[in-house]
Design a protein around this ligand. Structure first.
Ligand code: OOG
Ligand code: MG
Length: 263
């Protein structure tokens, strides 16, 4: 069901995307439209995506969010969400997070799947995902909720493209068959100090379950994950704020490291 008119969807797409592009805080969309639902929220997100593509931006991947208990507990939201990744979100390994372009960035240790076959729900499961996966590689997401004090509900965060803002990939890419994705350990350090540790199973019991869930959620809108998709599975640990001058490194068991700094 939806509750918003097309004009209201456009208005909210404008409201959320402008805050992203100009890096300022906004109040939650559900404060303004308390009756809006999950489908309305995705209508707003897909409208933002459509606008970026119309301006010439490329969509380079998808991300799942709120897929680990650490993240659900940190944000007080108990259902996963997804978002899209635009070309200008990408930062090279060893690169800089430009804090002035963002509001209150936090970093997350993630893994990314690169697929070689289409995944089309409903009914996609872990086995389908592993079969369709070309490679698994390390990723760090930089999230930056546009909402005041980084506080939101599920509907508001979805309308805000699930806080997507920047991401880094790097390290080593390997076929899933060469990895034990459940026990794959990650260690996040900031300025040389370990701040978070975790293992792949923190994400929905198995990292591939997150990609399956994305394919099944996309099917609700008649969409699928085409071959060649890049999908981030959601943070394995809680997210950690970074400020100008911070250096960070995330080590991935068997997959090398990703590092960068906030400037
Ligand atoms: C929502 C996005 C969460 C993740 O990996 O869990 C996310 C947020 O916490 O701002 O990207
Ligand atoms: Mg994330």
């Amino acid at each position: 069901m939806t509750t918003l008119t097309k004009d209201q969807v456009n208005e909210l797409a404008d409201y959320c995307e402008k805050a992203e592009l100009e890096a300022y805080e906004i109040i939650k969309v559900t404060d303004q439209y308390p009756a809006m639902d999950y489908e309305d929220a995705f209508d707003v997100q897909w409208e933002i995506r459509r606008r970026k593509e119309a301006r010439g931006n490329k969509i380079v991947g998808m991300k799942m969010g709120l897929t680990s208990w650490a993240k659900m507990a940190q944000m007080g939201v108990e259902k996963p969400c997804y978002g899209f990744l635009a070309d200008y979100f990408s930062i090279p390994d060893g690169g800089d997070i430009k804090v002035d372009e963002l509001i209150h960035p936090k970093i997350e240790a993630e893994l990314a799947f690169v697929t070689k076959e289409e995944l089309k729900g409903p009914g996609v499961h872990i086995g389908d995902v592993l079969k369709a996966t070309e490679l698994v590689m390390p990723a760090v997401e930089v999230i930056d909720s546009r909402y005041k004090d980084f506080k939101f509900d599920l509907i508001s965060v979805i309308a805000d493209n699930s806080s997507s803002s920047r991401f880094l990939t790097g390290g080593v890419a390997k076929p899933a068959s060469e990895l034990d994705l459940k026990t794959l350990g990650v260690v996040m350090s900031i300025n040389g100090e370990v701040v978070q540790t975790g293992a792949g199973a923190a994400v929905l019991g198995h990292p591939a379950a997150s990609v399956a869930m994305l394919a099944n959620m996309l099917a609700e809108r008649g969409e699928s994950l085409p071959a060649g998709s890049f999908v981030m599975i959601g943070a394995i640990t809680a997210a950690v704020s970074v400020a100008k001058g911070d250096n960070f490194t995330v080590q991935f068991d068997g997959l090398g490291t990703i590092s960068g700094r906030a400037v």
